[in-house]
Design a protein around this ligand. Structure first.
Ligand SMILES: [Fe+2]
Length: 274
């Protein structure tokens, strides 16, 4: 009976128009649980943080800061018109710090995602890259891994302006797809730096800046001697950031700093990576 009813239907259900299809980006997650699953499956996940007026203010300030770090007339350090702006001094820079504090606020996905992915993560480096209009392909646009071992270093890239396919987006490889990481301001790309990825040429008209915050696991710090950030004292960090900075932070210009390093390494040796 049911079969004959189906046979006599006058019209098939309407197919969705092509522009109404759900997001096909396999890396995009709308919840923390979904984000953890995607990250564990692919070594990368995209999430969103609210692009409020406050976010956009921080984003705009950091955009200007990152552009000011690129000498226009010189060859970029990542290829022609392509600059990496990782620098130790970034940890003392309000533009990098304010955006970081915003995206890490509890109640947003990133904070809990990082805790779930690797509970021992601590901030190692602040920077990112700037790609200027006309930047051609370079070594940075070849498929590569920043680090060959997984589960040691996590990078969080923050979209501070819209990034489209012509704005030198990052591409990430999953086992069966090549995903172009485009999106609006507030989009975050969280990736294990061992995941296959590449940059791309800049065919657009405005400079593309993509700040990145790098975290190391206890294992990375212990076995690969990757130092966490130590230059900003712990009591200067907002409370929700403190567990992501080194426990025994100390001013780098004091004698106790060297002693602290010895203590820290002993402590971390006792930690388990599971
Ligand atoms: Fe890379």
């Amino acid at each position: 009976m049911e079969a004959s009813q189906h046979q006599h239907k006058k019209a098939p259900p309407p197919k969705p128009r092509s522009d109404e299809r759900p997001c096909e980006n396999v890396l995009y997650a709308r919840s923390c649980d979904e984000a953890v699953k995607i990250y564990k499956a692919y070594g990368a996940v995209e999430i969103s943080t609210p692009a409020t007026d406050e976010f956009m203010q921080f984003a705009s300030t950091l955009y200007m800061k990152m552009l000011s770090m690129c000498p226009v007339q010189e060859e970029g350090n990542r290829g022609e018109l392509r600059h990496c702006v990782n620098a130790p001094g970034n940890v003392n820079d309000d533009a990098f710090y304010n955006l970081f504090s915003y995206i890490m606020e509890p109640g947003r996905i990133l904070y809990n995602l990082l805790k779930a992915v690797e509970p021992t993560l601590k901030l190692e480096k602040l920077g990112g890259d700037v790609v200027l209009p006309g930047a051609p392909n370079s070594d940075a646009t070849k498929w590569h891994r920043d680090w060959e071992l997984s589960n040691l270093i996590v990078a969080v890239s923050v979209f501070i302006h819209p990034i489209t396919v012509v704005d030198a987006p990052l591409w990430i490889a999953t086992p069966d797809k090549q995903v172009c990481c485009v999106g609006p301001p507030g989009r975050l790309l969280v990736r294990d730096v061992a995941t296959w990825h590449r940059g791309s040429e800049h065919l657009g008209a405005t400079a593309r800046a993509l700040p990145a915050y790098l975290f190391t696991s206890a294992k990375a710090r212990r076995e690969h001697k990757l130092d966490p950030v130590r230059t900003r004292t712990q009591w200067n960090w907002n409370p929700h950031l403190r567990e992501f900075v080194h426990e025994r932070d100390a001013p780098s210009d004091t004698a106790s700093f060297r002693i602290a390093i010895g203590w820290d390494e002993q402590d971390e040796t006792q930690q388990s990576d599971g």
